[in-house]
Design a protein around this ligand. Sequence first.
Ligand SMILES: [Zn+2]
Length: 332
Amino acid sequence: MTKMRAFILAEILLVLTILGGVFLYMNRGDGAVDGLSGYQTLYVDGPAMLNLTETLSSDALEGRETGTEGNAAARGFILKRFETLGLRRIGGTYAHEFAIIPYEAGQVSLPPEGVNLLGWVAGKTPGKGPMIVVTAHYDHLGVRDGEIYNGADDNAGGVAALVGVADYFRRNPPTHDIVFAALDAEEKGMLGARALVKSGLIDLGRVALNINFDMISRSEAGELYAAGTTPWPQLKPLVAEVAAAAPVTLLTGHDSPELGPDDWTSQSDHVAFHEVGIPFLYFGVEDHPGYHQPSDDYADLTHDFFVRSADTLAMAVKAADGWIGLSERPAD
Ligand SMILES: [Zn+2]
């Protein structure tokens, strides 16, 4: 890498940010997303979320592979949103840097470190009691054979939805603390999530639930899955409540070992929480033609579904905040 190249990239990104801001301003007003969706969002700021998704999945970010300039630039955009929202920091910073140890990942060509971004919204007893950790990875596959893998659905959309949901809870404070974690190195083997679980930065004893968003913005059928209720059946009433009111078709499944490759239990960041005995809900869509292809582009997202999906995710986190209250046992 050269400094000049980083400087030019920074300039391009600055222009993109300004253009994004203008786009955002022009789309403010009603909740409808001009030309992309007639759906009026109730929870998330649809235009802001689409704008962030388009930015994160633009060619300028070169597929956001862990350890690259594009990945760092993506992180910069997310960090800016965390700052704008005024999310609380852990230990005075949003950045959680972690070492990548190649033999642990089973690969040799890995960058030396990754960086998660952590911010949180306070509940009624900040720093105390059960809490929720919402996760979405921002890294993707980078450039392969000269082709950019933009990863619009995987997982620019998910991380933009995480920011949108954080914005909702900043405006509508929850009962319990909610940590929002934009994770790195998911595509390298869920390394950011595993590092977070091991870090000691969050008290695992307080984590009642992990809610993970990964590929939530592209479904021609309008179907979103909530996986996790088979291994964690106590979550069934919570998901049923969300499904009854959701503006998408919310299905359960993809969480039983007999499904083989269609069991998603160990296929995204929630597995790191599941492995240490923390219940999870993973939200995602069925694989589509753009899955892990250079064609996973912003233009090919199903935008109307995406904004509905993001509202559903906000509903799910809100319902989980209430569910924790119901599941809490009185102190001895
Ligand atoms: Zn993914």
